[in-house]
Design a binder for this molecule. Structure first.
Ligand code: GLU
Length: 457
């Protein structure tokens, strides 16, 4: 490497470190947010080394600061008549390339750090989709687990009563995430409609098919993850056929990842929920999982009652001790730590692609990269969900509905483009085969160039 090139890289690394230190100081104790920022900033070093304009325009300093954070009280009355109070959030992180777009998460772990990490990731993920959507995220520490239908409705109505002041089809378009599915979106849409007095279909995505939802949106994140992984496999001259796959989680992302992987000939041997995991050496029976999780809303431990040759293990962490060719973490952030990653490697894993947001710690990612595991990071691999959300917005604006096949074909094209653009960016910036660097750079450049085009705003 030429000396000036090396000097530029060193200077860029120093600049990036300084910005990262400021982020830590400004956002004390927010470890998940720090983690997401660190992963992206380190990837961008070669960009700053090559193009001084981004540093001159303070793009990094601007992009790590959300345009706006809204935090609000959500009071509601439970079935016993007691007043409960939760905290609601919406972070409107970056609107350079389109309206803020990103899901709402209802989970007791939700706090400012989690919402900011998710919102920050969403900026780059949404940019990668090629659709005109900015980055946002929201949610609440409300726990839907064990709540009655009525309680969920009362909570979501109260949540939307406040949130409705800040969203709209051209400003900010929420959708689902952990704990927010078709039922919650339905209640929120109903309340929004009542509050604004009009039928603004494009204000939320992931809607039911009877009121403006898009075919394939339910399947999109899981299917998209598998389409992306299929591209990774193709690069290595392989396919899903006869591969052993472990999928963590059993929510919407996991279910449709399992479905598509099975359709492509893979054997999916495990899935989980927050209590434990199921190992079925004969291959997971997806009909059973769908019924337990989507219809009965029960725990995955029920699975072994119907499939006695399968094993249920309490606790989730050991799911990564099951030998597999392909691991698809689809549960939650930081579910694979360094030790779990080492176990996966020792057991021969060849591919890891992330369906959840940031399911691998920074140390786990290091383990994949240094052991020749081909790694598909979340913001590229799970972008199919939000991509089809953008297609839902397009259909709502045009007041028409595309067929399942039309949307599915567009989704496949989008995932292939994300893969190819990430591969290309990695190559161009000297990190061939590193999709972390590639996807971060490809996602960043479009947003950064647009921010420069818009001036200091
Ligand atoms: N929650 C999903 C994500 O993490 C989808 C968001 C959306 O459709 O707006 O990307």
């Amino acid at each position: 490497m030429a000396t000036t090139e090396q000097a530029n890289l060193t200077a860029a690394q120093q600049y990036v470190n300084e910005v990262y230190e400021t982020v830590k100081k400004r956002n004390p104790g927010e470890s998940e947010f720090h983690q997401a920022v660190k992963e992206i900033l380190d990837s961008l070093v070669p960009v700053f080394a090559k193009h001084p304009k981004y540093q001159n325009e303070s793009i990094l300093e601007r992009i790590v600061e959300p345009e706006r954070i809204i935090s609000f009280r959500v009071p509601w009355v439970d079935d016993q008549g007691k007043v409960q109070v939760n905290r609601g959030f919406r972070v409107q992180f970056n609107s350079a390339i389109g309206p803020y777009k990103g899901g709402l998460r209802f989970h007791p772990s939700v706090n400012a750090s989690i919402i900011k990490f998710l919102g920050f990731e969403q900026i780059f993920k949404n940019s990668l989709t090629g659709q005109p959507i900015g980055g946002g995220k929201g949610g609440s520490d409300f726990d839907p687990k064990g709540k009655s239908d009525r309680e969920v409705m009362k909570f979501t109505q109260s949540f939307m009563t406040e949130l409705s002041k800040y969203i709209g089809p051209d400003t900010d378009v929420p959708a689902g995430d952990i704990g927010v599915g078709a039922r919650e979106i339905g209640y929120m849409f109903g309340q929004y409609k009542r509050l604004v007095g009009g039928n603004e279909a494009g204000v939320l995505t992931g809607k039911g098919l009877t009121y403006g939802g898009s075919l394939t949106r339910t399947e999109a994140t899981g299917y998209g993850l598998v389409y992306f992984t299929q591209e990774m496999l193709k690069t290595k001259g392989e396919s899903f056929t006869n591969k052993t796959v472990v999928v963590s989680g059993s929510g919407n992302v996991s279910i449709y990842a399992i479905e598509k992987a099975q359709q492509l000939g893979a054997k999916v041997v495990a899935c989980s929920d927050s209590n434990g995991y199921v190992y079925d050496k004969d291959g997971i029976n997806l009909d059973t999982v769908k019924r337990i999780k989507e219809v009965e809303r029960k725990r995955i431990s029920e699975y072994v009652k119907e499939h006695p040759t399968a094993q249920y293990v309490e606790g989730c962490q050991n799911i990564w001790t099951i030998p597999c060719d392909i691991a698809l973490p689809c549960a939650t952030q930081n579910e694979i730590n360094e030790e779990a990653a080492k176990t996966l490697v020792a057991n021969g894993v060849k591919y890891v692609a992330e369906g959840a947001n940031m399911p691998s710690t920074l140390e786990a990612i290091e383990v994949y990269l240094s052991n020749d595991v081909y790694f598909g990071p979340a913001k590229a691999a799970n972008a199919g969900g939000v991509a089809v959300s953008a297609l839902e917005m397009a259909q709502n604006s045009a007041r028409l509905a595309w067929t399942f096949e039309e949307v599915d074909t567009k989704l496949q094209t989008i995932m292939t483009n994300i893969y190819n653009n990430s591969v290309k960016a990695a190559e161009e910036y000297g990190h061939t085969g590193n999709l972390v660097v590639g996807s971060n750079i490809a996602g960043f450049l479009k947003v950064a160039d647009t921010m420069i085009a818009h001036g200091v705003v």
